[in-house]
Design a protein around this ligand. Structure first.
Ligand code: INI
Length: 158
């Protein structure tokens, strides 16, 4: 029996792209800082001059799939992390944005064969989003960890 799983030992060698939505940037900048903190603590160079990390900004979560697709096709990343925040409030637009972002990201990931992490918070209120972006916990950190695990797992299957 083979046990196939990702590890974190070689995390410092990965090339990573992060795609961040500007919509609700109070939340997404916090997710990004949590994400960068995790990557840095796993040995990834997060400086401006780093050649193992790129950060792309898009208007909103709806645009995360297309830019993830471009990055997945054009550059040699081990994993892409998407970050966004969609807050329900009382608008039905919420369901459209969440649905397109989630389906789009899943499709791009399967079609390119590159792990793409779904780091989009979907909450009913801004308060819930703030709690997940640092007040209680920063899910940006978890998304980065999941990215490192998936990049490693893909290599284990090579
Ligand atoms: N984009 C978000 O990232 N979060 C939201 O909560 C949101 N809401 O509520 O509308 C949102 N809309 C913008 C959308 O992602 C696109 O950028 C826009 O429709 C242009 O295509």
């Amino acid at each position: 029996m083979a046990t196939i799983e990702g590890t974190f030992e070689k995390a410092s060698s990965f090339k990573i792209a992060i795609v961040v939505a500007r919509f609700n940037d109070l939340i997404t900048t916090k997710l990004l800082s949590g994400c960068l903190d995790c990557l840095s603590r796993h040995g990834i160079n997060i400086s401006e001059s780093s050649n193992q990390l790129d950060v792309a900004w898009v208007p909103g979560a709806f645009e995360l799939p297309i830019i993830s697709q471009e990055l997945a096709r054009k550059a040699n990343y081990d994993v892409v992390i998407t970050l966004g925040a969609v807050i329900r409030g009382d608008t039905p637009h919420f369901d459209v944005v969440v649905s397109e972002a989630s389906k789009g990201i899943a499709t791009v990931s399967r079609e390119t064969g590159l792990p793409i992490i779904f780091g989009v918070l979907t909450t009913d209120t801004m308060q819930q989003a703030l709690e997940r972006a640092g007040i209680k916990n920063n899910l940006g950190w978890s998304y980065a960890l999941q990215a490192l695990e998936m990049a490693s797992l893909m290599k284990a299957l090579d």
